[in-house]
Design a protein around this ligand. Structure first.
Ligand code: 5CA
Length: 159
């Protein structure tokens, strides 16, 4: 197991979440890839997207087909929102894009969770690499440190 996956396993244990990381030969780099590899709907995939609110890092946990709304994030944080570039994502989270998990980051990240994720019994998030995922209940995702459920996505009809 890669060190980056091991860090997620440790973080899950520390958070008291009982789950298993699954590694695939196929890519789970995007929500579509992950859904196909796992055999679930794209809506059940948690995208972990890093933004900067001013100079503060913010994580948006977004259901696969949805898009984060930077204006809603700006209202929630009170700061202008920009997308973190790949290097910044790696520095802030300790993980490369495509494998960024919702927990176990190098720095604590204020985290907003898309309400749409709450409708499923089980959802799947990246586990440190573009081939690793883990299952989690929405209730457990909500309980992770720093997580706030909010309306953070572009309205469906505008997508
Ligand atoms: N493993 C999958 C499913 S769990 C995953 O990590 N999906 S993700 O959506 O959280 O991560 C990929 C996302 O990274 C893409 O949706 C895209 O929005 C973002 N991304 C891709 N390239 C860049 C880049 N160069 N800079 C900033 N963000 C990027």
């Amino acid at each position: 197991m890669k060190a980056s996956v091991q860090r997620v396993v440790t973080a899950l244990q520390e958070a008291g979440i009982e789950t298993e990381v699954k590694e695939f030969a196929a890519s789970t780099r995007t929500a579509e890839d992950a859904a196909a590899a796992i055999g679930v709907s794209v809506g059940q995939i948690v995208k972990s997207l890093v933004f900067l609110a001013g100079d503060q890092a913010v994580l948006a946990l977004v259901s696969g087909p949805n898009r984060a709304d930077t204006q809603k994030l700006a209202q929630l944080t009170g700061s202008t929102i920009t997308r973190a570039d790949a290097d910044t994502v790696r520095k802030l989270t300790g993980f490369a894009i495509g494998g960024v998990p919702p927990l176990g980051h190098a720095t604590p990240l204020k985290t907003f969770c898309d309400r749409d994720l709450l409708q499923y019994d089980v959802i799947w998030a990246a586990a440190g690499t573009p081939n690793a995922v883990f299952a989690i209940t929405p209730a457990d995702l909500e309980r992770l440190p720093g997580v706030q459920v909010a309306d953070i996505c572009v309205a469906q009809e505008l997508q």
